[in-house]
Ligand binder design. Structure first.
Ligand code: FAD
Length: 361
């Protein structure tokens, strides 16, 4: 027999840092809500990062609302490792007794006059308000090059890269101009011959600039823009942070990027000058798109996976909010420290949207 439909005020889709932040503020409203997450445990995208991945900022600059990330002891005191972020998110869920359901994959969202039907692989929910905080890590982007399907070596997206060991002694092509590419290049180049390809010359930040500096500069720029001033051009959140492994790669002389090849062959690539070069593995560090396929039936998702929003509120779908993802849903909302602000605003808007708003959160 079909399971009964479960009713609640708010369904939060995605239990990564963004979903948890929204939940932190939602619990203060006294509304009923549930967080549906398709992973087997806490951590969101951090579960899938490569083994050596570390935060760009110290613990105290990487906290979710309400409870600072504990500062790790010993050699990790500087920049917390991936596992420490996972442990923090896990403890955060427990501390605030957040109503997570795992693993539950939301397949489709449909809208009715009085709210949404949320269809999942574990039954159906109905709610007048929905928060979509599905992140992007489940939706890696691969550019298309002629001949790509013919390549006989291994092609891997950074989303599925874990560690360099299995690449030892190989010829490895690394594609992409961001932090993922730089960090993966840094460690793969210790065991393999690497070639790095970027669309334009990569932008390296000064050695003493970490996530904190980037965030405060970006904040200044944000306020300047809000105030109608033209902001000074400074580092962007996507520019390459010179973490120790990337500095070491520079010292070894391997942090050199060249412009793209024109096509892929069975053995490797062909450069614009006609020269061929063979590779065993291509690692695509070419980014992600918002995981918004589940919103397809609403007809509000553009080709980039984005939705028109005012802040986090979907303009063309009353009762739907999108949190995380990056600046288009709120300044720095794709960072641990930045998402709290849009999470609070979102919870306030939802509380006001639902009948009988509670006084204040
Ligand atoms: P996610 O963490 O992706 O969580 C979304 C959750 O929703 C996941 O569990 C996902 O599986 C789930 N989900 C997706 N679709 C569905 C569905 N249909 N049904 C149910 N569940 C679903 N950020 C920082 O703050 N500091 C840093 O130093 C930092 N360094 C980074 C370094 C690199 C190399 C990269 C790539 C990213 C870094 N980030 C950093 C960014 C950070 O990893 C992400 O922005 C962040 O994880 C986004 O959180 P989120 O909660 O929005 O999404």
């Amino acid at each position: 027999a079909e399971e009964p439909i479960q009713e609640t005020d708010i369904v939060v889709i995605g239990g990564g840092q963004s979903g948890l932040s929204v939940a932190y503020f939602l619990r203060r409203t006294g509304r009923s809500f549930v967080i549906l997450d398709d992973q087997p445990r806490a951590g969101g995208a951090w579960l899938h990062g490569w083994d050596s991945l570390r935060l760009f900022s110290p613990a105290e600059a990487s906290s979710l609302p309400g409870w600072p990330m504990p500062r790790p002891a010993g050699p990790d005191a500087g920049f917390p490792a991936r596992q420490q972020v996972i442990d923090y998110l896990d403890a955060y869920e427990a501390r605030y007794k957040l109503p997570l359901r795992r693993p539950v994959r939301v397949e489709q969202l449909t809208r009715h006059t009085d709210g949404y039907t949320i269809r999942t692989d574990k039954g159906t929910w109905r709610a007048p308000a929905v928060v979509c905080s599905t992140g992007a890590w489940t939706n890696p982007v691969l550019p298309a090059y002629p001949g790509q399907a013919d390549f006989r070596g291994l092609q891997l997206h950074s989303a599925h890269y874990h560690s360099p060991e299995s690449l030892a002694g190989q010829r490895v092509l690394i594609v992409g101009g961001g932090n993922s590419a730089a960090q993966i290049l840094a460690e793969v180049s210790e065991v393999a011959h690497t070639v790095w390809v970027t669309l334009t010359e990569p932008t390296f930040l000064p050695d003493d600039v970490d996530g904190r500096v980037l965030f405060s500069r970006a904040t200044e720029r944000y306020h300047a823009t809000q105030a109608g001033q033209s902001p000074a051009p400074t580092g962007r959140l996507g520019d390459i942070v010179m973490v120790p492994s990337v500095q070491a790669a520079r010292s070894r002389g391997v942090l050199q990027a060249r412009r793209p090849f024109v096509r892929i062959t069975t053995q490797g690539v062909v450069w614009p000058d006609g020269q061929s070069e063979s590779f065993d593995t291509i690692i695509w560090c070419t980014g992600f798109r918002p995981a918004t396929d589940l919103l397809g039936p609403l007809g509000i998702v553009d080709r980039e996976g984005r939705v028109a929003t005012d802040g986090t509120r979907a303009i063309d779908a009353p009762g739907l909010w999108l949190v995380g993802y990056g600046n288009w849903t709120g300044f720095a909302s794709a960072t641990l420290i930045g998402v709290g602000r849009s999470a609070r605003q979102t919870a306030e808007e939802i509380n006001a949207y639902l009948p009988q708003p509670q006084p204040s959160i």
